[in-house]
Design a protein around this ligand. Structure first.
Ligand SMILES: [Zn+2]
Length: 496
């Protein structure tokens, strides 16, 4: 019998287009969906899923797995939650040029040597030879190319040479199949770049139908101005626009989501192709350096809004792991220093600390999730040895279990659409994201009555419940909620 031909029987199909679920069998052959319907008398293996749900594999539009694909090729934290494709290179941070990005990745994975590559094609070849358990698509990172050009943290427009160099890398990436270009404008070096610089660079991706994806300058009191800037950049460069991890940060700003989603809707009414993505938690995660640099511990105008030390938990401290899991306010007590100075002291000992910050509210989360133009992206950061944000393990099942089934904020069909059909269309991954004949067999079988995240802030490295099988390119990567060890993923290039 052809092992690469099988039928998934008795499925409730969520097709990824938002249609009402329907009962059907699905024939898969050589990694492709061949037939959908009531399938009888076909000579092949039958996998009866007994009324469980089947959906397209989830597409995590906001991933930071560029190096995790190399270091943790089984990618358990993603596939165990039903993710079959990760979109990497977010927040301005990707892999090209290698010298513009190496330091950051080394601090995340201090025990793992990072292999060599000289070009996007090299990196793609490397990942394809490693064969991680998930597929990946790539965004080119503004921060990486700005660092690589030598412009780094200088607050000025690039000169002609620097522009040429940066544009060269961006063009090379798009030629190699990248899906777009990302910025991280609260971080170094992105925060030193002007709107004009970003428009000029983003123009390079326009002929390729690339997406401009941005961690905006401000998610706090200037959230609306930042959305305006992001839309202006996309319009100026004539590209599709993605607002990364759409949120309202800082208590004083809560409620702004009505206006921020309204701006997205208004822009779309004017024909501008803008979307956003979101993780379903009211705490975020960022570099303590960036939190401090954005003045979050003072009543500042910073990009994160104002946060207090009891809402900040140290997640990852590669040099001083004894800080991990502690609240900043408790460390303040130990040091007998105010928050700003405590953060400075920690950073002087360990500059690459990551922290979890609880700065959002449930009402804004729900407003943003309810918007039909919001996708799901985990923003998980898989650093070694760390206490990661639980979104790394639980993002997608949490949307399905908590927000669709339990709280009915959106329907299960809509939730699946936000994770599959919508992102596939947005990022030009034309052979993924829906259950239709001819599409790649990236699929997830789950129990809609039990699916839920189990990862918590205290205990984040826990797989979710209710994800039964995960199929990548036709192969079972998760079988009966166990990773099979199969590694069949590849870099997916933008459909042309
Ligand atoms: Zn970000």
């Amino acid at each position: 019998m052809n092992e690469n031909k099988y039928i998934i029987k008795n499925a409730f199909v969520f097709d990824g287009l938002g249609s009402d679920k329907f009962q059907a069998d699905i024939l898969i052959e050589d990694g492709i969906i061949k037939e959908i319907g009531n399938l009888e008398n076909i000579d092949c293996k039958i996998i009866d899923i007994k009324g469980n749900a089947i959906a397209p594999g989830f597409i995590d539009v906001h991933s930071h797995d560029d190096i995790a694909l190399i270091v943790y090729p089984e990618m358990d934290f993603k596939v165990m939650q039903g993710v079959t494709t990760v979109i990497n290179g977010n927040c301005g941070n990707n892999v090209i040029p290698r010298q513009g990005t190496l330091e950051r990745w080394q601090t995340r994975y201090p025990d793992n040597p990072i292999p060599e590559w000289n070009s996007y094609s090299d990196y793609i070849e490397l990942i394809n030879s490693i064969k991680p358990s998930v597929n990946s698509a790539i965004l080119i990172g503004h921060g990486s190319v700005r660092n690589g050009s030598g412009l780094k943290n200088q607050k000025r427009l690039p000169n002609q040479n620097e522009y040429d160099e940066m544009k060269g890398w961006i063009k090379e990436g798009m030629e190699a199949g990248a899906v777009g270009f990302s910025t991280g404008l609260i971080y170094e070096p992105g925060r030193y770049s002007s709107t004009d610089e970003i428009i000029e660079l983003t123009k390079v991706i326009s002929p390729y139908d690339g997406v401009y994806s941005s961690h905006m300058r401000n998610e706090g009191n200037n959230l609306l101005l930042s959305i305006e800037e992001t839309i202006k950049i996309g319009q100026g460069a004539e590209t599709s626009i993605e607002i990364s991890h759409h949120k309202v940060s800082g208590k004083d700003n809560w409620g702004l989501s009505e206006k921020s989603t309204g701006m997205i809707n208004d822009a779309r009414d004017m024909g501008i192709n803008v979307h956003s993505d979101q993780y379903p938690y009211i705490a975020g995660q960022s570099a303590l350096f960036a939190i401090h640099q954005n003045n979050a511990f003072n009543e500042g105008e910073g990009g994160l809004g104002t946060v207090s030390g009891d809402k900040v938990i140290i997640a990852h401290a590669p040099i001083m792991p004894e800080y991990e899991g502690k609240k900043l306010s408790d460390i303040c007590d130990d040091f007998d220093l105010p928050e700003q100075q405590t953060a400075e002291k920690i950073l002087s000992q360990d500059p690459h600390v990551l922290a979890i910050i609880e700065g959002m509210c449930e009402e804004d989360l729900v407003t943003i999730l309810s918007n039909p133009h919001t996708m799901i992206g985990s923003d998980g950061v898989p650093a070694s040895g760390a206490n990661p944000h639980p979104r790394l393990y639980g993002c997608f099942p949490r949307v399905l279990g908590k927000y669709a089934r339990e709280e009915k904020i959106i329907s299960m069909e809509e939730a699946i659409y936000k994770m599959t059909g919508l992102p596939a269309k947005k990022f030009n991954l034309n052979d993924r994201g829906t259950i239709e004949i001819g599409k790649a067999a990236d699929l997830v079988v789950f129990n809609p009555d039990t699916v839920i995240d189990l990862a918590t802030y205290e205990n984040p490295r826990v797989y979710p419940e209710g994800i039964v099988h995960v199929i990548v390119n036709g192969t079972f990567v998760v079988n009966n909620s166990k990773h099979t060890g199969s590694r069949v993923g590849k870099i997916i290039k933008r459909s042309s």
